[in-house]
Design a protein around this ligand. Structure first.
Ligand SMILES: O=c1ccn([C@@H]2O[C@H](COP(=O)(O)O)[C@@H](O)[C@H]2O)c(=O)[nH]1
Length: 322
């Protein structure tokens, strides 16, 4: 066991503890696709239907709460893709904030997939909104209680520094987009800058940025997003950023398998968390499970999807050494 010294609760330590507690590196992506939310939940709010956004926001929040209640014994980390909440205006953002609050009450680590990045002044406002606080008339308020967010490094170092500052000040985390999972990520992220691809240079920066926030387990508060769909890049990026937690999307619905992500872990068995959204939340709708599950049994289907994913990943994760 690593000896816990009396220090601040580094984000990466909280992440490692969450993985240890549930013996699970799966991140459940809370990406509410309204059409796929079971009717039984929608019926509970049928009286609100005249106010479409209010209705959608309430349905989404209830769905998320039920997802969390169903899966909290299996997983310790959730990721909310803010796009699916912004879709419903301020009511959608209300359900985003309330979902985060509910997940935090349940002791889960919450990642806001917000992909922010802007000129320094504006980046600081984003950072204070999502991984910080704001002072109004001498009172301190917190807009969103997320533990970490995703950030976009395209604007350069000065656009990332406010997020790093907040991560260090408030024991939060960031995951910097290094190599995204989409097919077109090659167009810009693989461009050669001298002899190196752009994503390689971003990874070197992430490694440097993380050196000031290394926790007890050897990981920093500055992580990276690396797509499961690019296994060759994972191999190189893992070595470039030995202290960074990699947030890996692309498993499941985007086609990546456990074999694709086997190189994202360090030899200690940590260093990566694997996200799946649609393949867990809407597992009941999976064609190959059509005879087994339906909308009435969506919770069982979601649980089964997580358990299968965990079993699948455990074949590839090195035995945890702590
Ligand atoms: O490179 C990236 C970065 C983020 N994402 C996000 O992850 C989930 C994936 O959802 P699935 O349903 O499991 O495909 C979604 O929120 C994306 O916005 C990504 O896919 N790739």
């Amino acid at each position: 066991m690593a000896i816990a010294i009396n220090r601040k609760a580094n984000f990466s330590d909280k992440l490692t503890t969450a993985i240890q507690k549930k013996n699970c590196c799966v991140v459940v992506g809370l990406d509410p696709h309204f059409d796929l939310i079971p009717e039984s939940i929608k019926q509970q709010f049928s009286k609100l239907q005249d106010d479409a956004f209010k209705y959608a926001a309430n349905v989404i929040l209830e769905f998320n709460k039920q997802v969390i209640d169903t899966l909290e014994h299996l997983v310790g980390i959730v990721k909310l893709q803010i796009a699916f909440y912004e879709l419903y205006g301020w009511q959608g953002i209300w359900s985003y904030a309330e979902t985060i609050h509910y997940a935090k009450q349940k002791g889960l680590i919450v990642i806001g997939d917000v992909k922010r990045g802007d000129v320094p002044n504006t980046a600081a406002a984003y950072a204070n909104a999502h991984i910080g606080q704001v002072s109004i008339n001498n009172t301190t308020q917190i807009a969103f209680q997320s533990d970490a967010i995703t950030v976009n490094p395209l604007l350069g170092v000065d656009s990332i520094l406010p997020f790093i500052k907040n991560a260090e000040t408030y024991d939060k985390g960031i995951f910097v987009l290094a190599k995204t999972s989409n097919p077109s990520s090659v167009e810009f992220q693989d461009l050669l800058c001298g002899t190196k691809k752009l994503h390689q240079i971003i990874a070197e920066k992430i490694h440097t940025w993380g050196s000031r926030s290394i926790g007890t387990y050897g990981y920093s508060a500055i992580g990276a997003v690396v797509g499961a769909t690019y296994p060759e890049d994972i191999l190189i990026l893992r070595k470039t950023m030995p202290n960074a937690y990699l947030l890996i999307p692309g498993y499941g619905s985007q086609g990546a398998t456990a074999e694709d992500i086997k190189n994202c872990f360090n030899s200690d068995g940590y260093g990566a968390i694997i996200n799946a959204s649609r393949s867990i939340l809407y597992a009941y709708n999976n064609r190959s499970w059509k005879d087994k599950y339906g909308a009435q049994t969506w919770k069982e289907a979601a649980q089964n999807a997580v358990m299968n994913m965990k079993e699948d990943l455990n074949k590839c994760v090195p035995a945890q050494t702590r």
